[in-house]
Structures are given as C-alpha cells and as structure tokens.
Design a protein around this ligand. Structure first.
Ligand code: SF4
Ligand code: SF4
Length: 357
C-alpha cells in the first residue's frame, strides 16, 4: 500500500470539494446525495432522496464479482432496498471467459457470492441487440437483448480502481456492464499492449493473469487473441507493459466508455448509486482482490451518472489528500472519461452535495 500525505485535514468536506473545483457553478448543478455510513438503512435513505419512481419492470445493475475476488459489493447490503423494490439483478457475460464468461457459469458465480434473494437475469443470455447512437466512435451500441424486457434501471456500482480506466463507477458500469461481448470488444479494441523487453524480468505474472492466454512462453502477445483488457499491465510488478499504440490510446478507451454509456441510457429510465468501499486498484473482474488502498468513503447517489462519479472521485481524493489517488495506484488518470462524458451530454461534472444524516 502506498502512503498518502494528508494535505487537507483541516478542511471541511465542502471546503475541500470547493478547493478541487467541484462545487456547483450554477443553480442547475445536479444533486449528489451522500452518507458516510454504509449500511442497509442508510442505503434506503439515500435512494429515497433521489425521487426515482420506477415504472414497469425494474432492473438493478450490479457486478457479482469474479470468482476469487472479495472486494465486490456485499449482496446483503442491497437486500432491503432491492427486495423492497422487487427489482431483478441484471448483468452481461464477460468477454474473456473466467467465472462469468457464459450464462451458466455466471449464474453459478452469482449464487456462490450470495446474490440469491431476488431473480438474476443475464441480459445477453439470448443474444444481443443494438441501440442507435451517433458519436465519434460508434453509430450504434451493442447491448444484451434482455435489456428490452425492462423499463427502469437502478445502476448500483462499486466505485474502485480500474487498470485502463483509472477508476470505475456508474459510467463504466453502464458502458461495459450493459455491453454485450461485441459491445465490450468494440470498447476495448485498439488497446493491445506491448511488453518492453529491457524491463521484463520473465516473472510470468502476465501469462498467469491473461484471461485469454494471449501471451506465449517467450512473452509475446498474440494480437489476434488479445482483447485489450489491461490485466497484464495491472499485474506486472516491473512496469514492463505499455500500451502498444501509445499514450493517446488511453483517452480513446475512456471516450469509448463514455459514448457507450450515453448510448445505453437512451433506452429506459435510469438512476445511480455508487458504493465507495473496499477501494483497491483493481476492478471486480479481477480474480484476485488487492488490498484496499484507502478506507471506505460512503454511499453516493444521483440521477446524473457523471456528477455521481465526479463526486465519488473527489471524495476519494480528499480522503487520500492527493489530486488523483487512482492515478497514483493504477498509473492511469481516469478523469478524461468524465470530461468527455460531460462534453457529449451524458451529465455534468459540477454538482451539489447533500449529506443524508
Ligand atoms: S509480468 Fe511483467 S515482468 Fe513479469 S513476465 Fe510479464 S511483462 Fe515480464
Ligand atoms: S491486455 Fe494483456 S491480459 Fe488482457 S488479453 Fe491482452 S495480453 Fe491478455
């Protein structure tokens, strides 16, 4: 674990956020509700503040956690809220196999991890469909076909690090979380890394981590197999893996995520909750669970996914006392995702923070 210098201990929460430039700049700034306590009653209270009135069938988008991961959201935390709303947990299969790579394994992993108290629906179990979108990268987004069965979506995201996005929250949960395998591939494509020979110590971590066996015994990456997930880079202890296509590709990946999130939200009515807890450098797709690098921050919720992720990002940084704790841990700044998401109209980065006592 890396140590942070606490630079902002004397500032109150609002003062610290104002210092980071995150205070609302107009009366139209979206509200982000916040509780520092993380428990079922507080989750219910924060959700109630959103004024979200689900119509029709409600999907609750979560992440069940890859087998071996222990940092994912504890299912019991959501039980009171989700059963009260009669929601159905929804997910999509992963691109890279693993314990959630097909519907049968995915359902078994969900059960094993305790997501048992309401129905579970894998949205791409019967194939995929498209939603039209007009952007810089995409003219459509590929999502699980089952998404059409639902009218309202409560997106509950674990706010934590991510090897390619810097951090993952509501925007990433929309983009990768609803994307079918083809949609996930479309977002990842172009992110094939390279191994820097002079720095590689042949420890083998990357080969063991790669979910699609794309790295051979001589530590060459097979570009026809690589899905650009970035896991090898995250687990290389010698910083020997770099994006083949140069640093400009980092922003491209982040822009693709933002475009996918915008495309997904064209269908149905959405609201969002982030749980900033068990915050490690790795996402819940990781089969190992790195130790959290900081203590729990709280529950945050908003009808605006960009404001919500910005507020979550600011609060983690405030606790860390540095401008970008995720960049410090992962080597990637994810802020451009939110900048681009705001530019394409997914939401606003300014917000008004309201504490729920
Ligand atoms: S994890 Fe890094 S150092 Fe180890 S074999 Fe792979 S590239 Fe080389
Ligand atoms: S990015 Fe690395 S871990 Fe991911 S598929 Fe490619 S070689 Fe494997």
């Amino acid at each position: 674990m890396k140590k942070f210098k606490l630079l902002l201990p004397a500032l109150g929460l609002l003062g610290a956020l104002a210092m980071m430039g995150a205070m609302p700049q107009s009366g139209e700034a979206p509200v982000v509700y916040y509780s520092k306590d993380i428990n079922p009653a507080k989750l219910q209270a924060v959700y109630s503040k959103l004024g979200f009135a689900p119509s029709g069938k409600l999907a609750v988008k979560v992440h069940f956690g890859e087998e071996g991961n222990r940092n994912f959201i504890p299912p019991e935390l959501l039980k009171q809220l989700v059963t009260g709303l009669k929601g159905t947990f929804v997910e999509t299969n992963t691109l890279y196999g693993g314990s959630r790579g097909d519907t049968a394994k995915h359902l078994a992993t969900a059960r094993e991890h305790g997501w048992t108290y309401t129905q579970v629906d894998i949205l791409d179990s019967e194939g995929e469909t498209t939603i039209p979108y007009s952007g810089k990268y995409f003219d459509k987004v590929y999502v699980g076909k089952g998404m059409a069965k639902y009218d309202s979506f409560l997106v509950i995201s674990h706010f934590k690090g991510h090897s390619m996005g810097g951090f993952g929250g509501a925007v990433k949960n929309l983009a990768m979380g609803f994307g079918s395998p083809a949609g996930k591939m479309a977002q990842h494509s172009g992110q094939i890394p390279t191994i820097v020979r002079g720095r590689c110590m042949k420890c083998g971590n990357c080969r063991r981590t790669c979910p699609v066996n794309a790295i051979d015994e001589n530590f060459n990456i097979d570009r026809s197999k690589c899905i650009g997930c970035g896991k090898c880079k995250a687990y290389c202890p010698f910083n020997a893996i770099e994006s083949a296509s140069g640093p400009s590709k980092g922003p491209v990946f982040q822009e693709k995520i933002a475009e996918y999130a915008k495309g997904v939200t064209a269908r149905g009515k959405f609201t969002y909750i982030n749980l900033a807890m068990n915050i490690s450098k790795a996402c819940d797709c990781s089969a190992t669970a790195p130790k959290p690098f900081i203590g729990d921050v709280g529950i945050l919720a908003s009808n605006d996914p960009v404001a919500l992720d910005q507020a979550s990002f600011d609060m983690v940084n405030r606790k860390a006392g540095i401008p970008d704790a995720f960049e410090h841990e992962t080597g990637v700044s994810g802020l451009h995702t939110l900048e681009y998401a705001e530019a394409i109209g997914l939401g606003k980065r300014t917000y008004r923070l309201v504490e729920v006592k």
